[in-house]
Design a protein around this ligand. Structure first.
Ligand code: PLP
Length: 478
């Protein structure tokens, strides 16, 4: 692929956009500049390839395609069928899954599809059975009442939010916490690791319909074989949300007990984090759940996004190449180097390190809240996000943690030596930031002071660090 082709493609696209609304073209260009200049350590972000990005910007966006491949509610879907079938095939092959559903618009949507599939498959509901065999019009008021009663109040057991679980795993701010009677398992207060005996105990007591594995901010491997055994012992369906670490599964860094696909009944993911695809979601499942999963649209999803499914097919094809396995391994090597660099400078890390793509720094050791640390780092050109730590005294808004991840910087080509330099920059900012006070003299959880000259100096050092590793080297918009 000639670099010239990439530049020409994006330059031409911007020229066409500029002719209609120049401010949008300017914002797109500015976003590239910002992404090029910042040290992006957000664990859930990445840089999709030019081919993936270009696959999204076209007339596939104009097409309605409710239904599934070969069974659409709209005419003229033959080309959508081609890309959806390709994306599903790549997903099945890449992950060794029996079935793949590539329509979810996001990770949350993928989880909703999975919840529906499990409810429909598992809950004994005569009214639902009638509804499923398309006798919907024959259902009486009493049937509908029974259906809601029978589907409601089901139980879900997932990882607690402050231990690293995700909102969609049954927490109140998300619909999953309103649909399901939820209980959570945490981590061992001393080691920060999942205590599988405690999970088993919680499962025995609570008897969930769904046991959820997976996380947004847990820096360690999870043993999915053990979690499946626990699910089986209480008759639960085992669901894994691998949104964060799908790239590590695809790249065969997580294999055996740590690969969720052979162990879970149903696996959900996003496609835009470590997997490095377009923004979107996906569901992989065992054959017995496939029929319900395929009802995702229009059951809980709006019309599929054919342009995004095309981009998923491109990104999944990329992930099947041998160099993706190398990339996935470098993500973990970099996270471990970053962890080592921080530890050697005196930082406190949840679980004392990492074996995946993320590191969770407990910034209370620096006398800061997560919010103060996040802002001070941002002032210094380092983009991270604040995150709760287990049993966080500062709650989910201010938090006591900073989550940093390596998928994006690894895509740019930074290696372990640069991770040590990154650790130095982070540590310098955090040691030089002082927590502020409110007007009444009480400690503030948001205010902080950091010398502006120092912040600028760190930002320049961050830019220097990135200079050798240009982002989208084939794209020149000038
Ligand atoms: N599941 C997990 C584990 C996540 O970390 C996230 C997002 O961060 C999601 C689901 C939701 O993904 P999306 O933002 O695409 O809906």
């Amino acid at each position: 692929m000639s670099r010239n082709a990439e530049s020409t493609a994006f330059r031409s696209a911007l020229e066409v956009i500029r002719a209609v609304e120049p401010r949008v073209a300017d914002a797109i260009g500015a976003e590239l500049t910002d992404q090029r200049e910042s040290l992006k350590l957000i664990a859930s972000e990445n840089y999709a390839s030019p081919a993936t990005l270009l696959a999204m910007g076209n007339w596939f966006s104009d097409k309605y395609a409710e239904g599934t491949v070969g069974r659409r509610f709209y005419a003229g879907c033959q080309n959508v069928d081609t890309v959806e079938a390709l994306a599903a095939e790549h997903a099945r092959e890449l992950f060794g899954a029996a079935h793949a559903y590539v329509q979810p618009h996001s990770g949350i949507d993928a989880n909703l599809v999975a919840f529906w599939a499990v409810l429909a498959d598992r809950v004994e509901s005569p009214a639902l059975k009638k509804a499923q065999v398309r006798q919907v019009n024959d259902l009486t008021e009493a049937d509908w009442f029974a259906l809601r009663r029978e589907l409601g109040n089901q139980r879900m057991l997932g990882m607690s939010l402050d231990a690293g679980g995700h909102l969609t795993h049954g927490f109140r701010p998300n619909i999953s916490g309103k649909m399901f009677d939820q209980r959570s398992y945490g981590t061992d207060p001393t080691t920060g690791l999942i205590d599988y005996d405690r999970v088993a105990e919680a499962a025995r007591e609570f008897k969930p319909l769904i046991l959820v594995g997976g996380y947004s901010a847990y820096p360690r491997k999870v043993n999915f074989r053990i979690l499946r055994e626990i699910a089986d012992s209480v008759g639960a369906t085992f669901m894994v949300d691998m949104a964060h670490f799908a790239g590590l599964v695809a790249g065969k860094v997580f294999t055996g007990d740590f690969d969720p696909v052979p162990h879970a009944h149903i696996v959900t993911t996003t496609t835009h984090k470590s997997l490095r695809g377009p923004r979107g979601g996906m569901v992989l499942c065992q054959p017995e759940l496939a029929d319900q999963v395929d009802r995702g649209c229009p059951m809980v999803l709006g019309g599929p996004l054919p342009h995004v499914m095309a981009a998923k097919a491109v990104a999944l094809a990329e992930a099947r190449r041998p160099d993706f396995a190398d990339y996935a391994q470098r993500i973990v090597d970099n996270a471990q180097a970053l962890a080592e660099g921080l530890l050697s400078r005196g930082a406190t890390l949840v679980t004392g390190g990492t074996d995946n793509h993320l590191v969770l720094i407990d910034v209370s050791g620096y006398g800061l809240t997560g919010r103060q640390a996040e802002q001070a780092l941002l002032d210094s050109g380092i983009v991270t996000n604040r995150n709760s730590v287990p049993q966080d005294p500062n709650g989910a808004w201010y938090t006591s943690g900073i989550r940093v991840g390596t998928p994006a910087l690894t895509t740019r080509g930074l290696g372990t030596a640069e991770m040590d330099q990154t650790a130095e920059l982070i540590h310098t900012v955090l040691t030089q930031t002082t927590a502020g006070a409110n007007a009444d003299g009480t400690p503030s959880k948001a205010k902080y002071t950091l010398d502006a000259g120092l912040a600028d100096k760190i930002a320049r050092q961050a830019t220097d660090l990135l200079a050798t590793y240009p982002l989208y080297p084939g794209i020149d918009l000038s």
